[in-house]
Write a protein that binds this ligand. Structure first.
Ligand SMILES: Cc1cc2nc3c(=O)[nH]c(=O)nc-3n(C[C@H](O)[C@H](O)[C@H](O)COP(=O)(O)OP(=O)(O)OC[C@H]3O[C@@H](n4cnc5c(N)ncnc54)[C@H](O)[C@@H]3O)c2cc1C
Length: 274
């Protein structure tokens, strides 16, 4: 377990897609997740599989007139990106790249993976109903045939194929606790091996630690998901812009608490399973 080019932290859909793309490109990948293998695919497995696409054949078939320009206007209506000192720089870069992707290669790339779409486009995140305000001013919610599991399946299959051909090592029950840093560069991860767990998909698993690990790689990609089940963190991060409600409900699995984004970086050194 030493010669990986990239460590991917989190085996939800983002982690599976990243792992597949990296392994397709010939990289050796170590994929780590704190949950048992039963939960491979993360939240996306539970999702509706609704996909944001712009000016698709499905939209045109329904008579929906869409364009990249209109989608960007809608995006700006919500995001605004009006903070000073370039604070919105990366969020804006990401948004522009994503709108490009959704208006361009995304649909064909998914179709080549075997993802099919229900030929009726929904209108999620509808917002204010016009192109001047927030939200989608036209329907853009393309539902995957087979919903969430139908979306996860081809990516999971591809990662499993790469596990067989030796490009990917996947270690469930490996929770990353620290990103390791040397001379300003992330060089690896350190974490805890959690006790084996037989809980079902999405159920809360134990946090009993049975061992520790440390792995290094040229690059570390963090795909550790959101914070939907961590009400304290939601309140803490939300406070700047809204008054968090006293009572909340969550549609996410219990482990969607992001134990990764707020990790302190630690100088590399010491070793266990390196
Ligand atoms: C009911 C429901 C319906 C939804 N419907 C839609 C929809 O129709 N369309 C849409 O676009 N989105 C939808 N979503 C949202 C979408 O599913 C999620 O945004 C997406 O799946 C997140 O994927 P992810 O890989 O980023 O994160 P996750 O799926 O949360 O995966 C993150 C992974 O990282 C692991 N992890 C976290 N911390 C660590 C750590 N420290 N060490 C090791 N591993 C760690 C977790 O165990 C998890 O497996 C829905 C969500 C839900 C819950």
């Amino acid at each position: 377990m030493t010669d990986h080019d990239v460590i991917v932290v989190g085996a939800g859909l983002a982690g599976l897609v990243a792992t597949k793309e990296l392994a397709d490109a010939g990289k050796r990948v170590l994929l780590l997740d704190q949950e048992p293998e039963e939960s491979l695919g993360g939240q996306a497995w539970w999702s509706f599989g609704g996909l944001f696409l712009i000016d698709s054949p499905e939209q045109r078939w329904m008579g929906v007139k869409d364009s990249k320009e209109l989608a960007w206007q809608d995006w700006m209506g919500t995001a605004a990106f009006d903070r000073e000192d370039d604070e919105d720089h990366w969020a804006r870069q990401w948004a522009e790249a994503y709108v490009d992707f959704a208006a361009g290669e995304k649909r064909e790339w998914l179709r080549q993976m075997g993802v099919k779409m229900f030929p009726v486009v929904g209108w999620a995140e509808r917002g204010g109903y016009d192109a001047e305000g927030h939200g989608n001013s036209v329907p853009r919610f393309h539902i995957t045939w087979g919903t969430g599991p139908g979306l996860v399946k081809p990516f999971e299959q591809s990662v499993r194929d790469h596990m067989k051909n030796g490009k990917v090592d996947y270690l469930p029950r490996h929770r990353v606790d620290e990103l390791l840093m040397q001379d300003g560069v992330i060089t690896g991860v350190e974490g805890s091996v959690l006790a084996p767990s037989s809980v079902g998909r999405g159920e809360e698993s134990s946090r009993v630690v049975v061992d520790t690990f440390e792995y290094g790689a040229q690059a570390v990609m963090v795909t550790s998901g959101g914070i939907g089940a961590n009400f304290d963190l939601i309140r803490e991060t939300g406070q700047a812009v809204w008054e968090p409600p006293k009572a909340m409900i969550s549609g996410s699995s219990a482990h969607v608490v992001d134990e990764c984004l707020h990790l302190p970086n630690k100088p590399a050194g010491g070793s266990s399973n390196r």
